[in-house]
Design a protein around this ligand. Sequence first.
Ligand code: NAP
Length: 294
Amino acid sequence: MTTVAVIGLGIMGGPMAANLLTAGLDVVGYNRTREKVDQLVERGGRGADDVADAVRDADIVLTMLPDSPDVEGVVLGEGGVLDSAKAGTLLVDASTIRPDVSVRLAEAARARGMRAVDAPVSGGEAGAVEGTLSIMVGGEPADVEAARPVLEAVGSTVVHVGPAGSGQTVKAANQLIVAGTIELVAEALVFLEAHGVDTEAAIKVLAGGLAGNRILDRKAAGMTAREFTPGFRVDLHHKDLGIVTSAAREAGVAIPVGALVAQLMGSLRAQGHGSLDHSALLLLVEQLSGRRGG
Ligand code: NAP
């Protein structure tokens, strides 16, 4: 039986580990806060006390951590994945991190007789729970194929997009589109409310036309109810928009709307809303409009 070590059992990693168990894999979990490990054990997984303990017998190591320094620490740090896993182990990093860091991790893994792919995901908490994530994978073709059974247990769209780091580049484009769309949906909702329109009816008809999109389908009802439990934290989307703006600058590509939304996300965070769902951009639109919000 394939043993998968899952490191980072948060909003995304927790349900992904649960889906790996459902697929019949042997799952060992490790998380900084122990409580989340205990939850995995209650579902039939095995718990580990540290990274080394988790990865020692693993065939595949799946990391789902917040940011580049977290992944670097867990993979490259003392007692980390590369120090502790056996030769041939495949690292599948599903976190959203900087593309250049993914390239460096893949090189470091190869130097230690291991393999690595970057496999960031889209689909949110609901996609993680339902096992329907869209996964953009960067790496060597043989390694991507080796990762596929695990990725198909947590996602329904798994696409190899190029060499190491490419998955992260595609994910950055994903985050650009999502942030821009949330901002426009937020502006439309505040606009509709200001005109006293029945927003529920408006969302229904908008979703059926050219303005239809997944943010309207999945987030608009929560936004009108001012329900901003994450989901996807503002802190994390702020991190992703930093990746997008610097990668665009490196490539010499202008992303004026993306740069503006990056500023708005940063402002929302600076106002103390970093732990809310990213759909809380609506609060900022309200505030800018002299309505409630903030
Ligand atoms: P999260 O809820 O904060 O989960 C991250 C988990 O990693 C937490 O449980 C945290 O433990 C754990 N952790 C942090 N550092 C660790 C370490 N050194 N060793 C072990 N565990 C550690 O974040 P998330 O929403 O699941 O996001 C994870 C990644 O997926 C991010 O890169 C994010 O951008 C990406 N992503 C998220 C979504 C989404 O909708 N949420 C969608 C697509 C992609 P604690 O319990 O101690 O905090």
